[in-house]
Design a protein around this ligand. Structure first.
Ligand code: GAP
Length: 453
């Protein structure tokens, strides 16, 4: 069962410390959220699953962590200064502003007036001042996608890691968009994180690689607990394509508020490297790019066989971390009927994503022998380096189980008086609620097996 409503998720996220409205004590800041103690663990686990699947499992993919503040020249040649905008309309009655393409008919959703302005482009990039003088002469953009710094570092990575085609550069990091109408919790926000791969291929092989990456990404989402049944692929029509794209397949997920984009996989052709390169005329660039006399570097690679300089095509799987967290929470959220009017909320996260991997619970909170044994076990399990393990010393086992069900902890391990005699503990499985007696010495392997399943 998936979440009934977005409100169920928002409420769980706040109650249990996953996600909070940013600056809430001062009324909040629209389109910004903060990840709390459990949210940061879940988010880090998701990012690390992506990083492993990209960088560690593929010797032809390298990582990058580039700056967020971007030289405006980069975003001029990337085309973002001219085209990265949404159509905006104003309501002349109540002065609210909306995205024209999201309006139901031409009616103001705030006051019902039909007296709206004509749509006009609104650039989504945030600007900030760089240095001590704020007269507008020296500014930077907060990057609207992580991708551009991958393109501008293309030669640095090729030269330092001796890559040949096909190869990729992966990056996870913040991106910023001044969305006209941020909404639906963490789905559309103004500050978010992206996990982006730019995969450089020989021109002519791009369409096969595009298909290949769509397959790989669907499989990866399934491994994170987002099944194909709740996904649809959207082949973006030509008139909706981003300025750099020859073809984009969006992975659309059934979010609580409707079917929307979780990840986009674009064929960016040689547009970006071609735009940022010097000597454009000497290279065989197929995309329509702006003439560039500012770049001091040739962003091309020498073909091993022909020795000709080639501007590679780029396949770009680009996923939103926050949308990933939302999809994963939605899939994991279950309300189970326990009979007699009782129910439990259980977050059936894949164990590798769970914020807490195991809770060790002494049966009595004031019994030093039980607490010491539980504490030793916590330290032993924590040293496995598989994520967070907690000592839950509240003295209320039932409450402990309920809390850990709701936050998705796969195993609760209780240390009781029998444990002191025979060195065993009771292990309770989150999903089945079944309990079994396991030797404490076998618990490290037991937990590792559970996390890796
Ligand atoms: N580099 C390509 C790119 O940025 P995009 O489709 O604009 O393409 C990629 O964004 C992904 O980033 C989206 O699929 C989505 O998951 C996420 N994303 C985009 N805008 C977002 C926003 N305002 N809030 C949260 N996530 C967003």
């Amino acid at each position: 069962m998936t979440a009934k409503t977005m409100d169920d998720l928002v409420s769980l996220c706040k109650r249990r410390g996953f996600i909070f409205q940013s600056g809430e004590i001062y009324g909040g800041l629209q389109g910004m959220y903060d990840y709390g103690p459990l949210g940061v663990e879940l988010k880090n686990n998701l990012k690390s699953a992506w990083w492993s699947s990209m960088v560690y499992e593929n010797d032809n993919i390298e990582g990058l962590d580039a700056s967020i503040l971007s030289n405006p020249t980069v975003l001029k040649y990337s085309g973002h200064e001219d085209t990265f905008s949404d159509p905006m309309v104003d309501c002349k009655s109540c002065n609210s502003r909306f995205r024209a393409d999201q309006l139901d008919k031409n009616i103001c959703p705030n006051c019902g007036s039909e007296d709206l302005t004509e749509p006009r482009p609104f650039n989504l990039m945030f600007k900030t001042n760089v240095g001590p003088i704020s007269d507008g002469s020296s500014f930077a953009y907060l990057r609207p996608e992580t991708a551009q710094q991958i393109f501008t570092n293309f030669k640095n990575v090729v030269d330092s890691s001796s890559k040949t085609l096909p190869f990729g550069i992966a990056q996870i990091g913040k991106a910023f968009r001044n969305e006209i109408t941020p909404r639906n919790f963490i789905f559309r926000v103004r500050e978010f994180e992206q996990m982006e791969l730019e995969f450089f291929v020989r021109p002519g092989t791009d369409e096969d690689w595009h298909k290949e990456w769509v397959k790989k990404r669907l499989h990866w989402w399934e491994q994170q607990g987002v099944p194909k049944d709740n996904i649809e692929l959207y082949d973006v029509p030509d008139d909706e394509l981003a300025h750099y794209s020859k073809g984009t397949i969006d992975i659309m997920y059934k979010f609580p508020h409707g079917l929307e984009e979780l990840e986009g996989i674009a064929n960016r052709t040689d547009f970006d490297l071609g735009s940022h390169t010097k000597n454009q005329d000497e290279l065989n660039i197929s995309a329509k790019v702006m003439p560039n006399n500012n770049s001091n570097t040739r962003l091309a690679i020498q073909d091993i066989d022909s020795k000709k300089w080639v501007v590679p095509y780029v396949i770009e799987p680009s996923a939103g971390v926050d949308r990933g967290v939302l999809a994963i929470m939605n899939e994991a959220y279950n309300v189970e009927d326990l009979g007699e009017g009782k129910e439990r909320i259980v977050l059936k996260l894949k164990p590798h994503l769970s914020p807490i991997k195991a809770a060790v619970i002494p049966l009595k909170k004031n019994n030093a022998e039980l607490v010491n044994k539980a504490s030793d076990l916590k330290k032993r399990l924590q040293s496995l380096n598989i994520g967070r393990v907690v000592l839950e010393n509240t003295g209320n086992i039932g409450k402990g189980y309920r809390r850990h069900d709701e936050i998705g902890t796969p195993l609760c391990i209780t240390i009781d008086f029998e444990s002191l005699e025979d060195n065993t503990a009771t292990v309770r499985d989150r999903d089945t609620m079944k309990q079994e007696r396991v030797s404490i010495d076998a618990l490290p392997d037991y937990l590792i097996k559970c996390i890796n399943e």
